[in-house]
Design a protein around this ligand. Structure first.
Ligand SMILES: Cc1cc2nc3c(=O)[nH]c(=O)nc-3n(C[C@H](O)[C@H](O)[C@H](O)COP(=O)(O)O)c2cc1C
Length: 215
């Protein structure tokens, strides 16, 4: 029997999230949840996968999947093409929201805040640890631009390979990191009968507050 969309549902029963478990700031809890996800998520799920939402100058939202590549007290870092659609949106409207979903843990984390570029030195340091193919790809692909066909991309890659025949590719000027400076972090733990736990951290004047939201 084919399951209809209306019939698709699963109860979430694995865990709870209480105020007693939650620290005064969100970063240590995020790190703990991330470490849990690294342990429990099975390939092909990558625990650092998230959805990043940005807005354009007409106020229209756009979202896409990206990989988180760094986290420290300054914020959440990801890498992309500065000339891409998201790059243009962030240049005009430097705010974003990212969502992580860890299905094995029945957990979601939502993070919102201002976005800034990381330094060129930080972008270069990360670029250099990427596999050669990814480094060449960053040079070859005019991300988010219309291309005629697959052959055009292959041609662009061939040109880049030719250019970097004798020297290792350095970080392109159009490619690098962004850091989301969190102003709001919400932790969501699935619970039975859709009565989930939600703890919402907000930053005001450098001080984090925490409240429980209704599911
Ligand atoms: C699992 C996964 C990981 C991805 N990681 C990245 C990434 O780290 N950086 C990136 O620029 N695009 C990444 N992409 C591609 C983006 O989803 C998107 O197609 C691309 O960044 C262009 O988006 P834009 O046109 O909105 O700028 C990833 C896609 C998937 C499915």
């Amino acid at each position: 029997m084919t399951q209809t969309l209306a019939d698709m549902r699963r109860d979430y029963i694995r865990d709870g999230l209480s105020e007693a478990q939650a620290p005064a700031e969100p970063f240590s809890l995020f790190k703990q949840w991330f470490a849990d996800a690294v342990k429990t998520e099975q390939p092909p799920v990558e625990p650092n996968t998230m959805t990043l939402a940005t807005v354009d100058t007409d106020g229209r939202p756009h979202c896409r999947v990206l990989l988180l590549k760094g986290l420290d007290e300054r914020g959440f870092t990801f890498f992309s093409n500065y000339d891409s659609a998201k790059g243009e949106q962030l240049a005009a409207r430097p705010y974003a929201a990212m969502t992580f979903f860890w299905p094995s843990l029945e957990r979601q984390v939502r993070i919102e805040g201002r976005v800034e570029r990381v330094t060129a030195a930080e972008s270069d340091a990360y670029f250099q640890v990427r596999p050669l193919g990814s480094r060449l790809g960053a040079w070859a692909s005019p991300q988010s631009q219309v291309i005629k066909d697959r052959a055009e991309l292959e041609r662009l890659l061939a040109q880049v390979k030719e250019r970097f025949l004798e020297q290792a590719p350095h970080c392109p000027p159009h490619w690098g990191g962004y850091r989301l400076l969190a102003e709001r972090v919400e932790f969501w733990q699935g619970r039975a009968s859709r009565l989930h736990d939600r703890l919402d951290y907000r930053l005001h004047d450098g001080v984090w507050s925490r409240e429980r939201l209704a599911p």
